[in-house]
Every structure is written in structure tokens, then in C-alpha cells.
Design a protein around this ligand. Structure first.
Ligand SMILES: C[S@@+](CC[C@H](N)C(=O)[O-])C[C@H]1O[C@@H](n2cnc3c(N)ncnc32)[C@H](O)[C@@H]1O
Length: 215
């Protein structure tokens, strides 16, 4: 297993994950989130965390006191458990292996949920399915149907999505998304509301999508 020193924390990772500070690497996405994660929260939840570069980055910077992580990939969970053990974070960080929210107990509650999820709804040449493809947006649908159960009242969800400039390039990326793919899913759930979307200044093909729990 490889590791990367992140503001005093040693974060473990392994293939297929990359710590790269450039996009599309784990630290690259964490730096991108700095544009929108400016206020401190008590509990931050990184959904589809992989080895959790983003979550551990914000924990190490004191933006959150506690961190919840989940992912379906056992290789990611193995990395996170090693990071928790090595850095003695057992009282601050909890991790769940789960398909979407399916295996997350309802007692799990966060003030802010972030995610860099799979960004494409169809399989494409060169994709790594688990990392890149959310077939027909099944995972996104599961998320927006259930997210209020895991958010405190007024709590927010801010996800990174990828427009891929609206075009598949056939080489690295498949067709991307637009906010209109997700707004109808959000509007179906009366416990949450769509707040807005904003392009990332790092790389404008990425955008943030913000939702809030209203009841
Ligand atoms: C684009 S990667 C992002 C990983 C990490 N957040 C990062 O930025 O390095 C997407 C992650 O979503 C996870 N994932 C894919 N399908 C999932 C599902 N149904 N439930 C939970 N996690 C899933 C993958 O295992 C992968 O770790």
C-alpha cells in the first residue's frame, strides 16, 4: 500500500486510486473543494470516499471535528482503516462499506455531505466502471431519495459533478452530466431542496451541486 503525507496525516491508498495533486487525482479534488468548504462544521461525511483524500484533507485542516466515510469498494475501506489506525483517529473517524446508503445505519448523521462520485451514466471506452460509471444514475437516485435521513436539519450536500463539456471525447471520458440530470431527482424528495450549482474555477468542466435539508 502507498501513502501520502497530508498536513500531518499519513493517508494510505492503493490502485486504482491516485493521490495526485493534479486533477483527476484525490488531492486535486480536495483542493478544488476549498472553493466551497470555507465554514467549519462538526461532522463531515464523504460519500463514495475511496481512500478519502478529500475528507482527511479537511479533517487535517480543522474544517471538521468528525468524519464519516463510505464506499462500496473493499480496497478503499482497507486503506481508510489503515489511515485511521496509523494516525490514531478511531474517536474521530467512522467508515462504512456500503452500496450507496443501503448499508448505512440511520444513526449516522452529518452536517455536510460531500462527494466526488462516478460522473458518467454510461459505460465508455477506457472507463473503470466502479470509479467512473453510475449506470443510468442509479447511485445518484438512491442518494437523493435518502440523503435527508443522514443530514442534520439545515445540513447541506455539495457534490462535484463533471459536465465533460457535454461531449464524450471517446478517449478518456464519457458523456458528462448537467445539473438538469439531477434537479428532478432532488425535487422528488420534499425533505430537501436544490440550492444551486457553480462551476469550479480550477477546471470549468467540473461543477458543484448544492442541496439542503429543509425538513
Ligand atoms: C471517482 S471515484 C472517487 C474516489 C475519491 N472520492 C477520490 O476523489 O479519489 C468514485 C468512488 O465511488 C465509489 N462507488 C462507486 N459506486 C458506488 C456505490 N454504488 N456505492 C458506494 N460507492 C460507490 C467507487 O468505489 C469510488 O471509490
Amino acid at each position: 500500500m502507498k501513502s501520502f503525507q497530508l498536513n500531518g496525516l499519513k493517508v494510505f491508498y492503493q490502485i486504482p486510486y491516485s493521490h495526485s495533486v493534479n486533477l483527476p487525482g484525490g488531492i486535486g479534488f480536495a483542493r478544488m473543494y476549498e472553493e466551497v468548504l470555507t465554514e467549519q462544521v462538526d461532522t463531515l461525511y464523504e460519500f463514495c470516499s475511496g481512500p478519502a483524500f478529500i475528507g482527511f484533507y479537511f479533517l487535517s485542516k480543522g474544517i471538521c471535528e468528525n468524519l464519516i466515510l463510505s464506499d462500496i469498494n473493499p480496497l478503499a475501506i482497507e486503506c481508510v482503516l489503515k489511515t485511521i489506525e496509523y494516525n490514531d483517529l478511531g474517536d474521530k473517524v467512522e467508515v462504512w462499506m456500503s452500496d450507496g446508503f443501503k448499508h448505512i445505519p440511520y444513526k449516522v448523521n452529518a452536517d455536510l455531505i460531500i462527494s466526488n462520485p462516478p460522473h458518467h451514466k454510461k459505460i465508455y471506452d477506457g472507463c473503470r466502471e466502479l470509479l467512473h460509471v453510475d449506470l443510468n444514475w442509479k447511485l445518484h437516485k438512491n442518494y437523493y431519495e435518502n440523503v435527508h435521513r443522514f443530514l442534520s436539519y439545515g445540513g447541506k450536500s455539495i457534490w462535484i459533478e463533471n459536465s465533460a463539456k457535454g461531449k464524450p471525447d471517446g478517449r478518456y471520458e464519457g458523456e458528462g452530466s448537467t445539473k438538469d440530470d439531477f434537479i428532478p431527482m432532488i425535487e422528488k424528495n420534499k425533505n430537501i431542496e436544490y440550492v444551486g450549482s457553480e462551476n469550479c474555477s480550477f477546471d470549468e468542466k467540473y461543477y458543484f451541486l448544492e442541496t439542503r435539508r429543509v425538513r
